[in-house]
Design a protein around this ligand. Structure first.
Ligand SMILES: [Zn+2]
Length: 250
């Protein structure tokens, strides 16, 4: 495994610890990037992943690289403005989205963005995944809203997500893909899997021509159970029955 340039200059025990933590995070990004690629959630150079290194720095994937063939040394470190502070490659053009989420959600430690085909199909059809069809999805994510289209690589993209970021842990991006985030990169990745799996289930209900959503009472019970299981950690998710419309979100 190639070492990153920073890791070669460890001097004090404290620096060694933080550098070994950074190396671990680099390897985690490689691992989950490969999983995104293997599952067909990204094609070509699509998608990007990041983790928060500390209060001021984000470790993020570079632009123009397959997420299935990254090396630990490929990652870029940026500050909370999205400006590169370390790394040889150029940072992903969607860095603005990552910076926005880290700024708005201090609880978020990792972000995964991909184009999983079924969920992206819903996003391209202008359909949110807000029907409470599956109990585990209501428990884990509440629902997955649809943000309006924003041009990739511009500030417009982050602006379209802004109303949803405080309230949801996964968002469909119109005519684009999905972004999911959590307290670890594993959890962020799992949320991406859940979104795509739920999109497949929702698609089957559309093919069957029938949907049988959970009732308000059922949702209230799930909320109660969620509070017991996850406590305050799940406070960002909201159930479909209480989903806020973008214009009503402060
Ligand atoms: Zn994208």
């Amino acid at each position: 495994m190639r070492c990153c340039s920073i890791s070669r200059f460890a001097a004090t025990p404290e620096e060694s610890i933080s550098m070994s933590a950074e190396r671990k995070r680099r390897e985690e990004i490689v691992r989950y990037g490969r999983m995104l690629h293997e599952r067909g959630f990204v094609a070509a150079m699509d998608g990007n992943l990041s983790v928060r290194l500390d209060d001021d720095r984000i470790l993020v994937t570079p632009t123009c690289v397959s997420k299935g063939a990254m090396r630990a040394g490929d990652m870029v470190i940026v500050d909370l403005e999205g400006t590169r502070v370390a790394g040889r490659r150029n940072v992903t053009s969607e860095i603005g989205m990552h910076v926005l989420i880290y700024r708005m959600r201090p609880d978020v430690e990792a972000i995964v963005h991909a184009h999983p085909p079924t969920a992206t199909g819903f996003a391209a059809a202008g359909m949110a995944l807000t029907e409470p069809l599956v109990c585990e999805v209501v428990m884990g994510l509440g629902c997955i809203p649809l943000a309006r289209y924003g041009t990739p690589g511009t500030s417009e993209l982050a602006q379209t997500l802004e109303p949803y970021v405080p309230h949801y842990d996964a968002i469909l991006m119109s005519n684009h893909g999905v972004v999911a985030y959590g307290d670890t990169i594993e959890h962020a990745y799992m949320k991406m899997e859940t979104v795509e799996h739920f999109a497949q289930i929702a698609l089957v209900t559309h093919l069957l021509g029938k949907q049988q959503p959970l009732t308000g009472v059922d949702i209230e019970k799930l909320l109660l159970a969620r509070t017991k299981y996850f406590g305050g950690k799940m406070s960002a998710s909201m159930p479909a029955a209480r989903m806020l419309e973008p214009e009503k979100v402060s």
